[in-house]
Design a protein around this ligand. Structure first.
Ligand code: IPE
Ligand code: IPE
Ligand code: MG
Length: 249
């Protein structure tokens, strides 16, 4: 095992352990711009973006954050040039194969959410394997949104519920928030407390639309491949200064 950096391995003393977000969600944006600034092809930004995600996962584990959800590929990202899409699919597969052992060692429980059936079959196989192998791990719940769209997720839940109504299994009056949530891809995972978006864009881009109802948003100009522990520390500091009122006074 490689030695972990001594700096910031433990929770920084200015952060309150009891007030950490239970669930952090991240829109990893700005890979392409990062690469462009370095004079590299866009895909090199995606490659470096994987390193940033690995660091963040480890950091959440070190600091005691129980759930991390990362937006890896949106339903709209199919509209990118074919070479970029192909590169991303191959990258996901390669990383998953390479990192599974370490995730097991670190007790990570990995899950994928999104329309996984539309992904390349070899990637689907890696996804299934990684989810099955890690499903009983007691560590951080790491969710990767791949071919994910918030609207599609809501429609998917609606269809499943409509079918149950049609079959007479439930009455329309029984459809409440809890039932609806149980049909979302994220069933069983608490809503994100903190949403981080890098690269300065002020939008949700079809990510976790239902689940984000009361998430605190933190937007940084930093491009995703440069998002490190110091940046995460800043995001958590900002989060701990927020007054979460949930509509109350
Ligand atoms: C985010 O970085 C990664 C994915 C959407 C897969 P981008 O590729 O969107 O980078 P920019 O926004 O073009 O800089
Ligand atoms: C959101 O980033 C999707 C992911 C990070 C996977 P995009 O770069 O696709 O979003 P837009 O196009 O700027 O809204
Ligand atoms: Mg982008």
């Amino acid at each position: 095992m490689t030695a972990k950096p001594i700096v910031l391995q433990d929770l920084p003393p200015d952060l309150e352990r009891e007030r950490l977000p239970r669930h952090v969600a991240v829109i990893m944006d700005g890979n392409g711009r990062w690469a462009k600034r370095q004079g590299l092809p866009r895909v090199m930004g995606h490659k470096r973006g994987v390193d940033a995600l690995k660091d963040l996962l480890r950091c959440c584990n070190d600091w005691g954050i129980k759930a991390l959800t990362a937006y890896a590929f949106s339903t709209e990202n199919w509209g990118r040039p074919l070479e970029e899409v192909d590169f991303l699919m191959a990258l996901f597969e390669r990383v998953l194969r390479k990192e599974l052992r370490e995730m097991m060692q670190e007790n990570v429980q990995i899950r994928f959410v999104g329309n996984l059936n539309a992904l390349p079959l070899s990637l689907q196989a890696e996804i299934e394997r990684s989810m099955a192998d890690t499903q009983n791990n007691p560590g951080i719940r790491f969710t990767v949104a791949t071919n994910y769209g918030g609207r599609q997720e809501i429609l998917h839940a609606c269809r499943a519920i409509a079918q149950q109504v049609q079959q007479g299994l439930i009455q329309p009056e029984q459809i409440d928030e809890a039932l609806f949530e149980s049909h979302l891809y994220t069933a069983g995972i608490c809503d994100p407390d903190l949403l981080i978006r890098t690269s300065g864009e002020m939008r949700i881009s079809n990510f976790l639309l239902w689940q984000m109802a009361y998430a605190e948003m933190y937007i940084t100009e930093t491009l995703w491949p440069d998002f490190d522990r110091a940046e995460f520390h800043r995001a958590l500091t900002a989060y701990q200064q927020r007054d979460r009122r949930f509509g109350k006074v």
